[in-house]
Write a new protein. Structure first.
Length: 229
């Protein structure tokens, strides 16, 4: 397949279905691309091998920071090379339209699995969740396995995890091992866990740290920081 090089393209915005984007990025090279924003329509599965091969050809698209927002009508992945939490705009942004939290996490798992060679070096990870007023409680509850699968995409390098808003208690409960399970090696290099909110999260995060130390991590290795809203 003949490829066309677009030597001066620096900003690329796409809106549509993944199959069309796959056909497009298979045919172009953009060595100076520095901002890539994707808006996918609602779809259940993603097959994006050409997109995975396309992104490393742009030397400016290198990531160490990921922000994952579970919003009312979409899951949004934002990535940049900077270690700052509040970045606008992010160099890379992928928005997938879907309403319910369980569907959004399923979509995020597919995306992260597809981008594993790129995202495996990420050191800073933020999860945020705004209340889904139109979602039933059934769709807002996820089991521990889904959260673990999502976090394992970043197992090797993440040093900082930030959890915000309504997601705090959900994720805090899911970080721990289940009854009868051996201690999990989720995020083995994690050094700092920052969160806002309260409820049962304080105790759940403390138990997660205790499990890590029981599994052999040095005492005090992971710092827990609570932000007062």
């Amino acid at each position: 397949m003949t490829q066309v090089t677009l030597p001066n393209l620096r900003r690329f915005v796409f809106k549509g279905v993944s199959a069309y984007l796959e056909g497009l990025v298979a045919r172009i090279r953009t060595p100076l691309l520095s901002m890539f924003h994707i808006n996918f329509f609602n779809q259940l599965t993603f097959t994006i091998p050409h997109l995975l091969r396309f992104m490393p050809t742009s030397k400016n698209l290198r990531f160490s920071t990921i922000r994952l927002d579970f919003d009312t009508n979409a899951v949004i992945l934002m990535a940049d090379h900077c270690g700052e939490w509040e970045i606008s705009p992010f160099k890379f942004r992928m928005r997938v339209r879907c309403r319910h939290l369980d569907w959004q996490v399923t979509s995020a798992i597919q995306i992260f699995n597809a981008f594993l060679p790129i995202l495996s070096v990420v050191e800073h990870l933020t999860h945020s969740h705004k209340a889904h007023g139109l979602s039933s409680e059934q769709h807002n509850e996820l089991d521990r396995i889904q959260w673990h699968e999502l976090l394992r995409s970043f197992n090797n390098h993440v040093k900082t995890l930030r959890v915000q808003n309504e997601l705090v208690e959900k994720l805090a409960r899911s970080l721990r091992s289940g009854d009868g399970e051996a201690p999990l090696e989720l995020l083995p290099n994690l050094k700092e866990l920052l969160y806002s909110g309260g409820g049962d999260a304080d105790g759940q995060f403390a138990l997660f740290i205790n499990e890590r130390e029981a599994a052999g991590h040095p005492r005090g290795e992971l710092r827990l920081s609570k932000r007062q809203d």
